[in-house]
Design a protein around this ligand. Structure first.
Ligand SMILES: *Cc1c(COP(=O)(O)O)cnc(C)c1O
Length: 367
């Protein structure tokens, strides 16, 4: 048995003919920068998400960065976010010399606890970045109501939730700007780096199109903003155009794999399985469980050739890079407990039932 954490090789072999053809088309057209595949993908994804504009960019991190630039975030501004996420969310804030203000998570969904947001708002607060952890959307009805009341912007970090739904609406459409990532291991991944921003606002869309090309205006070598080089690569767009055909099937396969894990692991007292709220459909970027003896289980599974990962072992404010905030242990107790106990099992659309049986049996044996 060859169990991979995310099996990109199996995926490529499955779609090989189509993907090779798409790549050949780009090579033959030699339109490598902002080629027609980029626009094709943007149109398809805007329609799928149900927003007016989708603007491709170079990564999920740059998508977040562009969103913050669109709101003119600057030094001293405070942005409320979660400490239980990949570093990129807070990195984008800190890069602009703004201050990430961390609100603890709900230990059931691992998303920002929307009941604790209002207490963190100060006169310096400009906006909120909510993250859809492991593929499940945060509580946007509550978050948007708070934001409206206090005149704050809301950015949805949907890097892990492309394809997920919240109350019958698509992830990426739930804040004012949605940001996603096409990093290979994400639910909708390309074969390198890539990302996208989603917005209904025409002016904002123009800003994003300009900012990703050095703040360029309608004419070449005329620049209206200090911008970035943050375009989506045409080869990556071509890979995504092909993979999008199979995406609904992949989402379904992830959901089935999750249900299979649930069935096998829920009877075990020592495991906390993922909880997806009734109004949510998760994209299952990860299948993450909570356990008390994490290192023991990781070692045991490794001895049976089962790869695992820890998303995430350290709250953002306990990272060395964020030492300057001066936040001590105990700042967000729920996050700290989850960081001690969380671990992710192999999850991808090509997991075989016999592979999952082996994983479930190995975990059962450990306990
Ligand atoms: C992966 C990820 C990002 C960054 O995406 P990249 O494309 O790798 O830059 C941002 N936020 C979250 C929550 C992520 O998981």
């Amino acid at each position: 048995m060859d169990i991979q954490f995310t099996d990109l090789k199996r995926q490529y072999l499955k779609y090989k003919d189509g993907i090779d053809r798409q790549i050949q088309e780009v090579l033959q057209s030699s339109q490598f920068i902002q080629g027609p595949k980029v626009q094709e993908l943007e149109q398809q994804l805007a329609e799928y998400i149900g927003v007016k504009h989708a603007i491709g960019c170079s990564s999920g991190t740059d998508a977040l960065f562009m969103a913050l630039l669109a709101y003119g975030v600057k030094s001293e501004d405070e942005i409320i976010t979660t400490p239980f996420t990949f570093i990129a969310t807070s990195e984008a804030i800190a890069y602009l010399n703004a201050k990430p203000v961390f609100v603890d998570i709900d230990a059931t969904t691992y998303n920002i606890d929307s009941n604790k947001i209002e207490a963190a708002i100060t006169p310096k607060t400009k906006g909120i970045i909510a993250v859809d952890m492991f593929g499940q959307c945060a509580d946007y009805e509550v978050i948007m109501a708070i934001a409206q009341k206090h005149n704050l912007f809301v950015i949805e970090d949907a890097a892990q939730s492309f394809g997920a739904q919240y109350k019958d609406r698509m992830a990426c459409s739930l804040g004012q700007v949605g940001c996603t990532s096409f990093f290979p291991a994400k639910p909708f991944g390309c074969y390198g780096d890539g990302g996208m921003v989603f917005t209904d606002d025409d002016q904002q869309a123009e800003f994003f199109k300009s900012i990703r090309v050095h703040g360029q205006g309608n004419q070449r070598y005329s620049h209206n903003h200090i911008g970035l080089n943050a375009r989506l690569d045409t080869l990556q767009a071509a890979v995504l155009v092909e993979k999008f055909k199979y995406f609904p099937r992949e989402l379904k396969a992830r959901k089935q794999a999750a249900a299979y894990y649930d069935q096998g692991l829920k009877p075990l007292q020592d495991i906390v399985c993922p909880v997806v709220l009734d109004h949510n459909i998760s994209a299952y970027a990860q299948y993450s469980i909570r356990v008390k003896n994490r290192q023991g289980l990781i070692d045991h599974l490794r001895s049976r050739q089962i790869p695992t990962a820890v998303h995430y072992p350290i709250p953002i404010y306990r990272q060395k890079a964020f030492e300057f905030l001066g936040l001590t242990e105990g700042s967000c107790p729920e996050t700290e407990t989850v960081c001690q106990e969380i671990m992710s099992l192999p999850m991808h659309p090509f997991l075989l039932p016999e592979e999952q049986d082996h994983i479930i049996q190995s975990i059962t044996d450990f306990y």
